[in-house]
Design a protein. Structure first.
Lengths: 273, 291, 357
């Protein structure tokens, strides 16, 4: 097993990313494998034996109603929450017990729900903090300024004073400068105007072209379907649907989302990987 | 004229109080820890400085070069072990553990060193030298040096927090610990750095206090901790300048009290603190909602 | 063992099973045993002056007033979530509340209720100062208030200034009888104090307090009157410490000094006692005081070492055995002396009911 987050292993070769935006053709090694993940909040079971696989270059969307466990899943993948059972394997290495900061070093970066910028720091300082423990790679605050044209002039402004959409951009930038391989996006659309949301999601192709893989959580199902290469629906902590958007009917998604079908895997056309 | 004198003495004293307070404020702002052993640490530093002077015959005013780094390292170690363990169990536990630490330190000092008062001997010339302004205002050089040192340290700390990588990290962790974790910062390490700074500054403050006044094992809990805390509250959390202003205001309040009645110095400071707590709990420089 | 006899409440067949709540009741045998033992203990303690020498009753005086103080602090910190490092303010005020009338010719014993009243009144004022403060700020401010009390009292030469004052006691009573009177008062304060704590925790306020103990935000959200409850507890604890302080003064060869009446050492003692004995249970402070005084007697000659060791032990207990000695005993043997809990019966995943305290 490789341990890519150890300093001396950083220059080791890694498999290249799949072409942007499409599920990879051949059996490329999965970037992220989650097996039978069960997570509790105290006594409450938030996730029950959730499994998923993400290949390099994919946009993997997790959808579901409020309380379905989507954010819990992402937070567990980021290392903020310890699972009760199950494993998380990233790039061939078991990261289940790894602390959040070590996961960043391994190549997982999260844009958390609600942005969670450092309010008293400026835009630039937020990016610098993100870059403080960055892996080697193409992303830097400079490149983030190029990605978001408006940011360069405003980089001396305190983060708390920005609008929601601007904060979201800075939060994404902060995660990008760590040069992750897997970007976790938690509820990007929350609290933002639809036009802003569309603009932000419109950036995804650029990120994918740069070699990133994206795992996102989204309440807005149609938005998720528009950008995702794979969709995974959760209901009350369990997987109810999995597949590529093209293969799933609207009815099947609706059933899975609201739980009317009430059975695991009903309506799934894409098979197990 | 004695009022003006009191104010000036108070301002100079305030620098020292601010130096005491900044460590307490830092630990509270970054990791939500009120270190009840803060005052006792200053006393230990003063004793350590005495020991260093006695053994190495270093001139007293340079003893801090040895003691402060030692204390900074000690702060990092204590934070990563004892205080982190307490934090993992909750705020209540942390308070109780630092309280226990305070009692242990104080009694250990009483046990191994005597209860006698000591003082750090700076050159006699420095202690007694003073200059006079106008009529009736005397300023001792030592007080001025201490005030100057305090301001320089605070400036340095301010620069560190605003412009350095670890300064940014400290501010980030103080803002949102979880967000800092997911951007790759080890918050325990950052806590350690903050504690190292806190211990270092309080050591310096303790040594300065030792040159300026007598100290004994109990003065840490009896006075220094409370003065540091009062300065933090009066000035308000969240800015080092607030801490300086808090220290100065406390010093002035105390000196005015001393002018009214020789035994009323400490009481005047306490009453002023309580008044600020009631009338403006966020402190002079704090914004609403940080109390 | 002591909780035996609590069968899960029966669910009507097929009905949706939700949690059921029953009040904690001990099995009649156990309850009877404990009640009888307590009564016997009280009787023995009451007649002790006739049985034992004065040094025994004097020692028990210290046990009694420390037990009251620790129980009060436990109520504050272990239940209401208020960590006070300033109870010595009320201890000292209680002591001075008795001395001042006595210096003016009143009977010291008759002035005892005054100590409770004065301390409780001071508690109301202090609460107004500290009620909105967060944990650490709260703790240090209570400490500051205590030092303010000390400094203010020291200014009055009529009270002896900084050096202290001697309490005039009726000279017509023999010292032995005087000692016995003081002992009975101490015993009375102890019983009243513990009974008060027990009654508070057994009442609805007690339920609110236990909720507070577990999670303050959650307690708010289910409507527990957090602010009022905390204030009530704070004032009661102040009054209790005042009474204990008066008892202390009576035992101190009647000589009182501000620096000892208001010393932070009081807080050190009662905090260590409660931590080691067990925060969050009535039995904890009781056990802790017994352990503390026993150790104090055994290690009397070691002076400051005693506090060093005590402090280290308390820190260790706080970190690794947070419910203290009593917590360890209760968990190991499943016993509880004072029934102040509730049982929640949850339907288990497999249909069996589970019990949670």
């Amino acid at each position: 097993m490789t341990r890519p987050w150890l300093p001396w292993a950083r220059s080791a070769a890694r498999p290249g990313p799949a072409p942007a935006g499409q599920p990879p053709a051949g059996p490329a090694r999965p970037l992220l494998e989650v097996r039978d993940l069960t997570v509790h909040h105290g006594q409450l079971r938030a996730l029950t034996e959730v499994s998923l696989t993400v290949h390099p270059g994919e946009v993997y969307a997790i959808i579901g109603a409020n309380g379905a466990g989507k954010s819990t899943l992402l937070r567990t993948l980021a290392g903020l929450h310890a699972p009760t059972s199950g494993t998380v394997v990233f790039d061939g290495a078991d990261v289940t017990g790894l602390r959040p900061d070590r996961r960043v070093a391994a190549g997982i970066a999260m844009v958390p729900e609600g942005r969670r910028l450092f309010g008293s720091l400026t835009v630039e300082e937020n990016l610098l903090v993100g870059a403080a423990y960055a892996r080697p790679g193409p992303w830097s605050p400079e490149r983030v300024y190029e990605l978001f044209g408006w940011m360069r002039e405003r980089r001396g402004q305190r983060a708390a004073l920005l609008s929601g959409g601007e904060q979201q951009a800075v939060a994404i930038g902060r995660a990008l400068v760590a040069n992750p391989r897997l970007l976790l996006l938690d509820e990007l659309s929350l609290g933002l105007a639809p036009a802003v949301v569309r603009r932000i999601y419109g950036m995804l192709p650029d990120l994918l072209a740069a070699g990133l893989t994206v795992l996102l959580v989204e309440q807005d199902v149609s938005q998720a379907l528009r950008v995702a290469t794979h969709v995974h629906c959760l209901l009350e902590g369990r997987t109810t649907l999995r597949g590529a958007p093209g293969e799933l009917t609207a009815a099947a998604i609706e059933d899975a989302y609201f739980g009317l079908a009430r059975a695991n895997g009903q309506g799934t056309r894409g098979g197990p990987r | 004229m004695s009022w003006v004198n009191a104010v000036i003495q108070g301002i100079l004293l305030g620098g020292l109080y601010a130096l005491f307070a900044c460590g307490l404020s830092l630990m509270f702002g970054v990791m939500n820890v009120i270190n009840l052993a803060h005052g006792d640490l200053a006393v230990v530093a003063a004793y350590l400085a005495l020991g260093v002077i006695t053994i190495t015959h270093v001139p007293a005013q340079w003893s801090f070069l040895i003691v402060v780094p030692v204390f900074a390292a000690l702060g990092y170690a204590v934070q990563r072990t004892l205080i982190q363990a307490s934090l993992n169990r909750g705020v209540l536990t942390t308070l109780l553990v630092t309280f226990g630490l305070s009692v242990v330190i104080e009694n250990a000092l009483l046990q191994f060193l005597s209860a006698n008062t000591h003082s750090i001997p700076v050159s006699a010339a420095l202690v007694s030298a003073s200059f006079t302004i106008g009529s009736g205002i005397t300023i001792a050089y030592l007080d001025l040096v201490i005030f100057g040192a305090a301001v320089i340290v605070l400036l340095g700390l301010q620069y560190f927090l605003s412009s350095s990588k670890y300064g940014r990290l400290i501010r980030a962790v103080a803002d949102d610990r979880e967000a800092a974790q997911i951007t790759g910062a080890s918050h325990r390490h950052v806590f350690g750095i903050a504690a190292a700074i806190a211990f270092g500054t309080v050591a310096l403050a303790g040594i300065a206090f030792g040159t300026y006044s007598q100290f004994d094992p109990t003065i840490g809990t009896d006075q220094l901790l409370l003065f540091a805390f009062e300065a933090v509250v009066i000035g308000g959390l969240g800015s080092l300048w607030g801490t300086l202003i808090g220290g100065v205001l406390l010093g002035v309040a105390q000196q005015i009290g001393a002018t009214i009645g020789t035994n009323d110095q400490v009481l005047a400071g306490q009453l002023f603190f309580l008044a600020v707590l009631v009338l403006r709990p966020q402190g002079v420089m704090g914004s609403r909602g940080t109390a | 063992m002591s909780e035996v006899g609590q069968a899960p409440p029966a669910h009507p067949a097929g009905a949706l099973a939700g949690p059921r709540v029953t009040r904690s009741r001990r099995s009649p045998l156990w309850a009877g045993t404990v009640a009888a033992a307590t009564a016997a203990a009280v009787v023995v303690l009451a007649i002790l002056p006739y049985l034992a020498y004065q040094n025994v009753t004097n020692l028990l005086d210290e046990v009694f007033y420390l037990m009251v103080m620790a129980s009060m602090w436990n109520l504050l910190a272990g239940y209401a979530g208020l960590v006070s490092v300033g109870q010595q303010a009320f201890i000292g005020l209680g002591a001075y509340a008795v001395i001042i009338p006595a210096l003016h010719g009143a009977n010291a014993f008759a002035a005892l209720p005054l100590s409770v009243v004065v301390a409780a009144a001071a508690g109301v004022i202090a609460w107004w100062l500290v009620s909105r403060l967060r944990t650490g700020y709260f703790a240090i401010t209570t400490w500051v208030i205590a030092t303010v009390c000390e400094l203010v009292i020291s200014r009055y030469q009529s009270l002896g200034g900084g050096t202290g004052v001697l309490l005039p006691l009726p000279t017509s009573i023999s010292p032995t009888l005087l000692g016995a009177y003081i002992y009975w008062i101490a015993l009375f304060v102890l019983i009243a104090g513990i009974a008060t704590v027990y009654l508070i925790l057994r009442s609805r306020t007690g339920l609110a307090l236990t909720a507070l103990r577990d999670d303050e935000t959650a307690a708010h959200s289910v409507g527990a009157r957090v602010g009022r409850t905390q204030r009530m507890v704070f004032v009661v604890a102040a009054g209790g410490c005042g009474a204990a302080g008066a008892v202390y003064m009576l035992t101190q060869a009647q000589f009182l000094q501000p620096s000892s009446a208001f010393s932070v050492e009081w807080s050190a003692k009662i905090i260590f006692i409660t931590i080691i004995g067990g925060i969050g249970s009535i039995e904890g402070p009781i056990l802790g005081t017994i352990v503390y005084v026993a150790l104090e007697q055994a290690l009397a000659s070691y002076g400051t070492w005693y506090f060093i060791i005590l402090g280290l032990v308390a820190m260790g207990v706080a970190l690794w055995a947070p419910r203290g000695l009593w917590g360890l005993i209760a968990d190991r043997f499943g016993i509880r002396l004072f029934p102040v809990g509730y049982h929640v019966w949850l339907p288990g995943e497999d249909g069996r009911a589970r019990r949670r305290r």
